[in-house]
Design a protein around this ligand. Sequence first.
Ligand code: SAM
Ligand code: SF4
Ligand code: F3S
Length: 456
Amino acid sequence: MDQRSVRDILAGKTYFIRTFGCQMNQHDSERVSGLLDSYGCLMALDPAHADIVVFMTCCVREAADTRLYGQCNSCKSLPPSPSGKRVVAVGGCIAQRDGEGLLTNVDNVNVIFGTHSIAHVAELIAEAFLDGKRHIRTNEHEDTDAMSMPWHRETQYHAWVPIMTGCNNFCTYCIVPYVRGREKSRPFEEIVDEVTGLVRQGVREITLLGQNVNSYGRDLFGKPRFADLLRAVGDTGVERIFFTSSHPKDLLPETIDAMAETPAVMPQLHLAVQSGSTRILKEMNRRYTREDYLGLVDRIRNRMPDIALSTDIIVGFPGETEEDFEQTLSLAETVRYAQAYTFIYSKRAGTPAAEIDDPTPHEVILERFNRLVKVIETTAHEYNQGELHTVVPALIEGTSKKNDAVLLGKSPKNQTVHAPIPEGYSIDQLVGKIVDVDVDVAKTWYLSGSVVGEPR
Ligand code: SAM
Ligand code: SF4
Ligand code: F3S
């Protein structure tokens, strides 16, 4: 179908996108949204008012799968759409994994588009409106690149900037390499130009995205590398740079230097450890030992003593013993994470770990999980206590969910910061501004205090 026909069919249609999963999916949703906008579609605030309902799916753990089926089925009971015809489209990682097979669990889906086919979503949806048939596209080797498509940013002050897609690591528990394909770095100049443009549009904070940002450039003849990119992005004038995720085996000394020497790179690093047991790390194919990881943390803290470290940890990998788990607990106590995402292992069909039998009862895994959560809560609380009676610059995102008279912002260390809206200001004047907050309360998951000085 040519572009003009797509526009004729889609112009004026309303769309709603629900996103599951990681930041990669969130950004892909912004690209889908940008593409639909470019054909004259209008964003709706809920599915009931949408002609097009898009689900961007995740299959990293089992719970995410089941949630999609419920959401798709609930579309059947929506009131008629504004145009009288509704197209339900499923994209993201489940779409890539299952393709047509998805239809065995949900029968009201009109369009299925994989993670490599985002550039074709408008055309597929238009075709479904036209002929009422199902349209499925999950080719792994698409020639069009979603990373350079138009996108619809959720906020004016922050932007997700993908620097690479895919993953080559094949951790034995993880489905991501199978649904996102191999690592592909985005051209260096394209990223720097994009950030320069974003700064001109008023963006103050960016998050560089990739499943393993540290191996950026490896497919571009090995140079430029991530450290070069950090420095170049730092030179664009953007005020705050975050990046995720970092694989410990690929975090080079030159990257630590670039972080320490680039003022816009925030003092925060997400460094997924997954387990504190060298034996389990080997089974996971993580390609570092407990000692390697702890050595890396020392090197990072030597250059950036106050850095906020966060991590991902899996409890209950098949065959994990009490001794293995205690190694994880002691590693978490040693590193003293500021934040951690803790997960119970979820079997993913098609991954090597799914073949390993595990006799450990679920209650034992749950009890270990709860012990780990307690340790993380303790270290996160201690980390935040270190901010008491200091002044923290918070980038304001909105108001607290519980109280709309209280600002919600983010510190350079990715901590949530609360403060009452200062007198004489409305929230609209403050979103996207940086305010200094004099911290007088430091809880496990947030800091709070009062605004001092003028917002900037
Ligand atoms: N590439 C990133 C990394 O390695 O840090 C993150 C990838 S994944 C989207 C986010 C986290 O999900 C992983 O770090 C891991 O802790 C968790 N995860 C992946 N597969 C899992 C599984 N089968 N069961 C439980 N957690 C899993
Ligand atoms: Fe999954 Fe490992 Fe790749 Fe992260 S590095 S996406 S955990 S395979
Ligand atoms: Fe999920 Fe796909 Fe991200 S499986 S975590 S949405 S890469």
